[in-house]
Design a protein around this ligand. Structure first.
Ligand SMILES: [Fe+2]
Ligand SMILES: [Fe+2]
Length: 258
């Protein structure tokens, strides 16, 4: 089967890029299952019920979030009913939502989960490694797919190698910059440090550049208005995995600049 993972969809530009490319990618790679990061889909910060449904209408199977999970207050109105919306598994237990979802695909089960890295993060987080060990022990599934949402490449790589052979696909999100390291790990898992971002190409990780440049020049806080002009990018990864033997047959990095 072919699984498409899509990097952080950023604001209106990201939504437009998704809509204009998805059908073609699905046909080209015979995609069977799609996971997309939606933590920035609503004006760059969080997700609303409307945009969650926009993703479902685009046949996304699982929507992941991240540190911006609760960035838009609308999430508190629908997160309890959103069956395929997940936030980091290692958020504190008292946080709303869930960290994984198990879905049936033909005769197998696929568990998609998200953890968040602790290096360079201001979030209150349990250990992502321990949270994953617990999940693997408690939730039995044919396939496990992890969205590792984190800043530090070293933490993501260490995690990938630690869970190599146990978690079948481990792909990073959050930095909004696609890494050139998609490969199969020694024990057979698919790994990529960051899928990249789906949105404007010449913003500063999605934000109108003049604002962020001002922030770096002055040290003053600025509004984070999305960049919505210029070139765009669609970033992700297609993984061809044998869902029974769990062997990665092939993979293709998606980076479409228009
Ligand atoms: Fe993001
Ligand atoms: Fe993030």
């Amino acid at each position: 089967m072919n699984i498409l993972l899509i990097g952080d969809i950023y604001s209106e530009t990201g939504r437009n890029v998704l809509e204009s490319n998805l059908q073609r990618i699905k046909e080209q790679y015979k995609v069977n299952f799609i996971i997309a990061n939606g933590e920035n889909i609503a004006h760059g910060n969080g997700i609303t019920e409307r945009y969650y449904h926009f993703l479902l209408d685009n046949k996304i199977n699982v929507v992941t979030l991240g540190n911006h999970a609760f960035g838009n207050q609308d999430i508190f109105n629908f997160i309890d009913d959103a069956k395929v919306l997940i936030r980091p598994l290692n958020f504190p237990n008292n946080n709303p939502g869930k960290g994984y979802v198990t879905l049936k695909y033909n005769d197998i089960t696929i568990t998609v989960f998200q953890v968040m890295g602790r290096t360079f993060s201001n979030n209150v987080l349990d250990c992502p490694f321990a949270a994953t060990e617990k999940l693997l022990k408690e939730v039995k599934s044919d396939l496990y797919i992890c969205d590792f949402h984190g800043e530090a490449t070293s933490e993501k790589i260490a995690y990938g190698l630690h869970f190599d052979g146990l978690v079948n696909i481990i792909c990073g999100t959050h930095t909004h910059v696609q890494t050139n390291d998609a490969h199969i790990l020694p024990k057979g898992s698919m790994y990529m440090t960051d899928l990249g971002m789906t949105g404007a190409l010449d913003g500063v990780i999605g934000v109108e550049p003049s604002l962020i440049i001002k922030k770096f020049l002055t040290g003053m806080s600025v509004r984070h208005d999305p960049m919505n002009t210029g070139k765009t990018q669609f970033c992700g990864l297609v993984v061809d995995i044998d869902e029974h033997t769990k062997k990665i047959n092939d993979f293709k990095v998606i980076n479409i600049i228009e």
